[in-house]
Ligand binder design. Structure first.
Ligand SMILES: Cc1ncc(COP(=O)(O)O)c(C=O)c1O
Length: 420
């Protein structure tokens, strides 16, 4: 590391923690032997599905050949977003959920990750009333590891252990443990992903309503990361009913619906939140890519995006998850204590190995020796500082692999688990 005069924030942003360190190791592993055929079940990148690509290609061709193209790429725009896209968002959500929102409820951001950066630092950090650090509560972990990187101080995130419900011989589910949730004046916002990366958990409408009641009681936002939620990419496999209210800030992403490279995120919430986020975004990055927004406007206003999400994207990943589960049931050693989280959404399978010798980092290395790359689970407990053996007992597998790779991954896992 060169001898830079870094600030504390600079140091925090440069510190390779958890998943970033693993991702660096994965990249080095793949480079180390390019001729080797790795079973790489680590990526968070969605698959480029032919039907989805074709939809975006059609809209891109339309856009490039229209008179809109020049001003779309050749001019700066409003920080709030590209007008036709804002209108399309309002139209789509009013149609799907009859939320009755208007353009004042919408802000477009460069991907949803940047929206979490804005939210985390709008509602979390040092206060000027001498009351110390205002925190962001993650009501249940495991949780999206990307939240760790958006806070400027390591003490801002506080997370809560879940209740574990065993559902069958090899299936379990996390539930919000409300007995462990303590909100007071120091909490500036509650944040969660629904469905959740990495576990595929989708908190129930009941759990969601209880969290909403807490947010309302303390007059703080409930920030909902809808990166996998309906209406797009619609990677929720259980019924969920998103609703709109003064204290809910929905954070939507187009990435898992085939547009991660264009960086388009959407905040939908009360104007008081939108108005607070907008100047912050203007300072950080002015606005999101207008090309991406213009494409998304077409896909949303035609209804095609929601349609292709539920008819193509959702069944694709559901089938892969089912295949992985079946392959594990066939191959894993009998009476071995492995559990998959119930498949409730996202493109990931989350495995818990309830064995005294299980250590996720060691397991990651042993699986690599078998040619299988996954992500160790301990990276996914941002804000949970207490010791808990479960943190070292889980692994995340991405369902972006081919059918053959998924089957071979189950075989590699069974080989390593037999030795354990
Ligand atoms: C739960 C969750 N939230 C947010 C993001 C970031 O998405 P975006 O591409 O919109 O920045 C991801 C990306 O994988 C994610 O899994």
């Amino acid at each position: 590391m060169p001898n830079l005069k870094l600030s504390n924030v600079g140091k925090k942003m440069n510190h390779l923690t958890g998943v970033r360190e693993i991702m660096k190791d994965i990249a080095a592993t793949l480079r180390s032997d390019p001729s080797k055929k790795w079973l790489n079940l680590s990526p968070g990148n969605p698959i480029v599905l032919p039907e989805v690509l074709e939809m975006w290609r059609t809209y891109a061709n339309e856009l490039v050949n229209s008179s809109e193209f020049g001003p779309v790429i050749g001019r700066y725009g409003m920080t709030q977003g590209f007008d036709p896209f804002i209108e399309a968002v309002v139209g789509a959500y009013n149609k799907h959920y009859t939320w009755g929102i208007s353009r004042d409820n919408v802000l477009i951001t460069p991907g949803s990750q940047s929206l979490y950066f804005l939210c985390a630092n709008l509602f979390g950090g040092e206060r000027d009333d001498g009351k110390g650090m205002q925190k962001i509560l993650l009501p249940m972990c495991p949780e999206y590891t990307g939240y760790d990187g958006v806070v400027l101080d390591k003490d801002i995130l506080v997370s809560v252990r879940p209740h574990i419900e065993i559902l069958g011989a090899h299936e379990f589910k996390y539930q919000v443990d409300f007995s462990r949730i303590h909100v007071d004046e120091s909490i500036g916002a509650i944040m969660l992903s629904r469905p959740t990366n990495p576990t595929g958990n989708c908190i129930t409408d009941d759990e969601f309503k209880k969290l909403h009641a807490i947010a309302k009681q303390w007059d703080i936002p409930l920030i909902v990361d809808a990166a996998y939620s309906p209406p797009f990419p619609d990677l929720a496999f259980v019924p969920m009913t998103p609703f709109f209210d003064e204290h809910i800030l929905h954070c939507v992403s187009l990435s898992k619906a085939g547009l991660p490279g264009e960086r388009v995120g959407i905040a939908i919430g009360h104007p008081k939140y939108i108005e607070a986020l907008e100047p912050f975004q203007s300072n950080v990055g002015i606005h999101s890519s207008r090309f991406g927004q213009a494409l998304a406007a077409k896909a949303l206003s035609s209804g095609r995006l929601a349609e292709i999400s539920s008819s193509v994207i959702k069944p694709f990943y559901r089938k892969k998850l089912e295949m992985f589960r079946n392959a594990l049931h066939e191959r894993m050693p009998k009476d071995f204590p492995w559990y998959l989280h119930r498949e409730e959404g996202t493109l990931f399978a989350w495995m818990w190995i309830d064995h005294p010798k299980m250590n996720d980092l060691e397991m990651y290395q042993k699986l690599k020796e078998q040619g299988l790359i996954c992500v160790p689970g301990s990276s996914f407990f941002p804000g949970l500082h207490e010791e808990w053996e479960h943190k070292q007992q889980c692994l995340r597998f991405s369902m972006t692999a081919t059918d053959e790779e998924i089957s071979a991954a189950a075989e590699a896992l069974s080989v390593v688990c037999k030795k354990l």
